[in-house]
Design a binder for this molecule. Structure first.
Ligand code: PRP
Length: 210
């Protein structure tokens, strides 16, 4: 019997596309996999265990080796800078990181406030732009910040653009394109290389070209 593979899957918007990709790669995931409220789901037929994690925590589980593999947005990889290897661009959950604000938001001489779930990404970006800003970390509903006067601008994920539009905000600067990646713990990759290579090869055959 091959070794057990533990995979950290992000709950939320990436989950559905990632599960679909695994099924296309011929992994037998039962229908209840998608609706379960369980946090650990074992698939004995595949000798796989899935940990259902908050997207921002996937890289943590993989770095500490409690999951061999994980599926994580490039946004999380950039923000968390964990000691993991990226094996494959799954080319799912496409979106981008952007600076947004009210339509007439202007840069100014004084340090403006920027609200974001991505404080590291945002401070690196503004440092590279030579702009001094004060970063305010929020955990969600970032678009609220300019509307209620907490921040001048935001750094956040834009997917369809609907959230910005419905809240009267506009994209000001495009920071980086984002897709989800298959990541691996370096030690797991050494110990379980055959199983992991098999999974990578099967997924690579069903991934849409980047
Ligand atoms: C994300 C992101 C934006 C929104 C963008 O939030 O932070 O708010 O999606 O998507 P759109 O361009 O398609 O409208 P998410 O739904 O993950 O929730 P959050 O507010 O808790 O971060």
């Amino acid at each position: 019997m091959s070794e057990l593979l533990t995979i950290a899957m992000p709950k939320g918007r990436i989950f559905e596309e990632a599960a679909e990709l695994l099924r296309q790669a011929d992994f037998q995931l039962p229908p209840e996999f998608d609706d379960s409220r369980k946090l650990i789901v074992d698939i004995p037929e595949e000798n796989m265990r899935f940990i259902l994690a908050k997207p921002m925590d996937v890289t943590t589980y993989v770095e500490y080796g409690v999951a061999d593999l994980g599926i994580a947005g490039k946004d999380v990889m950039l923000e968390e800078e964990r000691d993991v290897y990226e094996l494959l661009d799954l080319n799912i959950s496409k979106c981008h990181l952007a600076v947004a604000g009210l339509p007439n938001a202007k840069k100014s001489e004084i340090a403006q406030k920027v609200a974001t779930k991505y404080p590291n990404v945002a401070s690196t970006y503004f440092r590279e732009q030579g702009e001094q800003v004060e970063i305010i970390k929020l955990n969600g509903s970032i678009e609220l910040a300019p509307l209620i006067g907490l921040a001048d601008r935001i750094v956040d994920i834009v997917s369809t653009g609907q959230t910005l539009k419905e809240n009267g905000l506009v994209e000001l600067e495009h920071i980086e394109d984002i897709t989800s990646r298959l990541i691996v713990n370096p030690v797991s990759y050494r110990l379980k290389d055959e199983r992991i290579d098999d999974l990578v090869n099967r997924l690579a055959q069903v991934v849409q070209p980047v």
